[in-house]
Design a protein around this ligand. Structure first.
Ligand SMILES: [Zn+2]
Ligand SMILES: [Zn+2]
Ligand SMILES: [Zn+2]
Length: 161
């Protein structure tokens, strides 16, 4: 299997968009698990980091701890985790893919601090109803959606004065 292009995590993003749908299970399957020490190190760093984080930041953090891991490896590992459903991947307001180890596997939404990355998982029944209704009104079926909210958390509001 050819390696994914670094810097083009299209599959990972698609995996998130499909979360909670049947298509995810159909497409995420037969994938060779790369359980290298690097992958485990990246997973551990992602679990430790509570909010969303970019591959670049995660790489810096690992290097700060003395790791010799390469940025490309970090990118591939977080993309793999996102593809297998262990991590969420979303596009930040800066257009960068950011990742988070996610507590829940079912469909959900996020409230994310754009300053520090602190994240809350959200259920949003209003959004679910709205998506279904609007889709049906236009004759669409199998509607998927990605709705994440960005803002400033209380801590960062205080820090900003
Ligand atoms: Zn999540
Ligand atoms: Zn914050
Ligand atoms: Zn939803």
């Amino acid at each position: 299997m050819p390696d994914q292009q670094v810097g083009q995590p299209k599959n990972a993003h698609a995996a998130h968009a499909l979360r909670g749908s049947r298509a995810e299970q159909a497409t995420a399957q037969p994938k060779v698990k790369r359980n290298t020490w690097q992958r485990e190190a990246v997973r551990a760093a992602l679990v430790e980091h509570r909010g969303f984080v970019s591959a670049r930041e995660l790489h810096e953090r690992l290097c700060g701890q003395g790791s010799t891991i390469g940025l490309a490896t970090v990118y591939r590992a977080v993309s793999d985790l996102a593809e297998s459903g262990e991590a969420d991947v979303i596009v930040s307001p800066d257009g960068e893919n950011i990742f988070r180890f996610c507590g829940t596997h079912h469909h959900h939404h996020h409230l994310i601090c754009r300053s520090c990355g602190a994240t809350r998982e959200l259920e949003a029944s209003v959004v679910e109803d709205w998506a279904r209704t609007v889709g049906a009104e236009h004759g669409f079926a199998e509607i998927d959606h990605v709705v994440d909210l960005f803002g400033l958390c209380e801590k960062c509001q205080v820090a900003r004065g």
